[in-house]
Design a protein around this ligand. Structure first.
Ligand SMILES: C[S@@+](CC[C@H](N)C(=O)[O-])C[C@H]1O[C@@H](n2cnc3c(N)ncnc32)[C@H](O)[C@@H]1O
Length: 311
């Protein structure tokens, strides 16, 4: 296990990014092709293309017919530029994260002095759509139906789209540039634009409105210190209808390794963000009279958990 962690775990995202950026994925979306045909058409190194395709076949993304490769039907959407499942916006972040993680020792010595990249969610929010889609459907299965939903820090709206597809009216809150570049684009592509309206601005400053039967906080609280998390919970309580619920979806400590990795990620990339344990979140929520009633691990491999509260 320890040695598996040390062995090229960073390689898969790079292969996928090169598969897209060289144009191979687009070429294969249009037709099945051999390594020789692809290399010839795209002016690439044939031996390199052969090895990359062999890896993706072993990974289960490609299938072979004779000497020709094709992308398996179930994976085509991840390579289609016009789909919200397109993986490139997510993979584009690799260089930033390799740079910052590669200087973790600098951050540990003096976090304030370490050079920090400017991170904007304007387009990265779109990149989180494919990553969180299955988790979003697990949340929907757990919560059931909702009539009026507030998605705070909505990003791509991935967490609320399953509710919108089931007829809910959704209000999304995020910064204006994120709403324009990611939220509206994703809900449009998923065919639910008419179910959505947006409140643009800083969630601590804008009025959230009232009467929601579900407020979703999807991957939002880890960027905030506990005092600010409490403020978010207070705003939730004011926004909820009488029998309304809050759904927190987060990396939660105590569920495998990944939340601890993400905690270091937050140490590097935020001023005072952190990953919380379930008990810490329950305690902060109780200060705002939110009553905890359920905790369910939506993705055991990544340690992503839903915590549900009554208002
Ligand atoms: C990690 S993303 C999660 C997006 C989405 N909820 C999901 O689960 O994929 C966090 C989102 O919260 C938004 N956000 C963070 N702080 C915010 C604030 N103070 N006001 C409004 N939006 C905020 C970011 O712009 C980003 O879109």
């Amino acid at each position: 296990m320890f040695f598996a962690d040390l062995s090229f775990t960073w390689a898969v995202p790079f292969v996928l990014r090169a598969f897209i950026k060289t144009g191979i994925s687009e070429y294969l979306l249009a037709r099945p092709a051999t390594a020789e045909e692809i290399a010839g058409a795209l002016k690439l190194d044939e031996e390199g293309v052969r090895r990359l395709l062999a890896f993706l076949e072993a990974k289960g993304l490609l299938e072979k017919e004779g000497a020709s490769f094709r992308i398996k039907e179930a994976f085509k959407r991840y390579f289609d530029r016009n789909s919200p499942f397109f993986l490139l916006p997510y993979l584009e972040r690799l260089d930033v994260f390799l740079d910052t993680w590669g200087r973790l020792d600098e951050f540990l010595k003096d976090k304030d002095k370490a050079r920090k990249p400017k991170i904007s969610f304007e387009t990265f929010a779109k990149g989180l759509f494919p990553i969180n889609w299955e988790v979003a459907w697990s949340l929907k299965g757990l919560v059931g139906r909702a009539r009026r939903v507030l998605d705070v820090g909505c990003g791509s709206c991935v967490m609320s789209i399953p509710f919108a597809m089931d007829g809910a009216e959704v209000v999304g809150i995020d910064y204006p540039e994120v709403v324009e570049a990611s939220s509206k684009w994703c809900v449009g592509r998923m065919g639910v634009r008419d179910r959505y309206s947006f409140i643009c601005g800083d969630m601590f400053e804008v009025d959230w409105g009232k009467g929601y039967d579900l407020v979703i906080l999807g991957n939002l609280l880890h960027s905030q210190p506990s005092k600010r998390v409490q403020t978010v919970f207070r705003k939730c309580r004011y926004a909820l209808s009488e029998k309304g619920k809050v759904a927190v979806v987060e990396f939660v400590k105590g569920y495998g390794n990944m939340p601890y990795v993400f905690d270091i990620h937050m140490f590097i990339h935020t001023k005072s963000g952190r990953v919380y344990s379930a008990d810490e979140l329950k305690e902060i929520a109780s200060k705002e009279q939110l009553e905890f009633y359920s905790c369910f691990c939506l993705d055991p491999a990544r340690g992503i958990v839903a915590l549900l509260f009554w208002g």
